[in-house]
Design a protein around this ligand. Sequence first.
Ligand SMILES: *[C@@H]1O[C@H](CO)[C@@H](O)[C@H](O)[C@H]1NC(C)=O
Ligand SMILES: *[C@@H]1O[C@H](CO)[C@@H](O)[C@H](O)[C@H]1NC(C)=O
Length: 403
Amino acid sequence: MRRFWYAKYAATLLASTALTFHLLHSTTTHVKVDSENIFRDYEKPTEGRTANTFTKSSSYLRRKLSQGIFATPRNHVVSPRWTVLPGNITIHEGDEHVPLDISFDIKAENLCEDLDFTKKMLLVFVASSADHFSQRKVIRETWGLKQLQQAFNYRIMFLLGKGDQDSQPQIEHEGYRYGDLVQINLTESFRNLGRKSVAGLLWSKNFCARADFVMKMDDDILIHIPNLLKALESWTRTDSLLMCHENRMRKILRKELLDRTDLPPSYHKYEVSQNELPGQYYPPYCSGMAYVFASSVRDRLLEASLATPIFFIEDVYLTGFCRHKAGIVIRPHSGITLRPPIKSHQASCSFRDGRITSQEVGADELHLMWVELNTQGFFCPQLLGYANKRKQFDSARNEISSL
Ligand SMILES: *[C@@H]1O[C@H](CO)[C@@H](O)[C@H](O)[C@H]1NC(C)=O
Ligand SMILES: *[C@@H]1O[C@H](CO)[C@@H](O)[C@H](O)[C@H]1NC(C)=O
C-alpha cells in the first residue's frame, strides 16, 4: 500500500512539475490554466479509470501551483462557480468565503474532555433528527454504551436541529442528562442536512479538537466499533485518511429522468434542477450513512466548505465537492456497506470478517442485532461471505447508477 502511495505521489509531482514548467515557459507575464487542456493531457476522466483520477483535478493542480511549491506566480484567482468538466462531471471552483450562519444552542462542551490522549481517539457524530428519541436511546444502550466508549476511547455525539416547540423541553432534558447532544439553530429538514454536517465538523474542531479521527453517520446504523478501530489502525499514513463506501459516477437526478424511470419515490427528494447545479455526474463521493476521516482531513474539508456554496445532499457536498476542492483521496473500505443486509440472528457471523456497518435498521432490530452479536456462540450457521454477496449487489447497483 505504501509503495503504491509513493508511486502515485511521484506521478502527481511529475505531472505538476511538468505543468509548471510548461506554464512558465509558454507565458511569461500572465499564467492562465486551462482546465480543458489539463484534463486532455493529464487526466481526462474516462470510463474505467479510478476515482483517484478525478481528485487530481485542475483546481488541485492549480492549488499545488498556487501554494508556491514550485515558485509559481500567485496571480491566478479563480472566480467561484460550478464547472462542468469533460465527461460532464460537476465540481465547484473558487475560494470566495461562504459564511456558515449557525449557532450551537446545546453544546455538549465536556464530551471529549476525558478521552485518553495516550491512545487513538475517535469521535463519532451521529446526524440525528430532533424527534428521533428512540434511535438515540437504542444507540446509547448498544454500541454506544458508556463503558464501551471508555474502554475503546471513542465518544458519540448526537447532532440535532430544531424540531417541534413541544419537544424542546424533552430534548434539553436529554442533553442535560447525557451530555452528548449538540443542537444547532436550523430547522430539521432534508434540505438542511448539508449545513448540518458542516456544523458537525465545526463542532468537532471547536469542542473535540483532540480526536484523531471523526466519523459522520446516520442514526439508524449499527457500528462495529472494534472492527472500525482495526480498520483505522491498519493505515500507516492516517493523516490524509477519508474512509467510506465510495460512490462513483453517480448521475445528478433530473426531473426528466425521474419521470421517465420507475425509481422508488424515495429518490425524488434527490431531484436537482439545472439551475441549482449544471452537468450530469457528481464527483466521486462517500455514502453518507458512515464516513470516517482524520482530524486533518476534517480541517481541510471544513476549509473547503467555507468556500463552497452549500448543496443540500450532504454526502455529495462534503465528500464530493468539498473533498475534491481540498484534494483529498477517498479510501474505500469494503466493511463500510449496507449490503448484504445482516439478519439479526446471524449478526456475529456477519461481522466476523471485519464488516463495520449494518444496513439501515429500526430501533428494535438494532437492539436484537446487538444482543445476538454479543451472545451468539462460536459456531456460525452456514453463511456466504458478505464479500461474495456484495459483488452481486454492486453489479446490480451499478446498473441503477448508470441509468
Ligand atoms: C455531456 O453532455 C453533453 C450535452 O448534454 C452530451 O452531448 C455528451 O454526450 C455528454 N458527454 C458524456 C461523456 O456524457
Ligand atoms: C442561527 O444563529 C446565527 C448566529 O447567531 C444567526 O446568524 C442565524 O441567522 C441563525 N439562523 C437561524 C435559522 O435562526
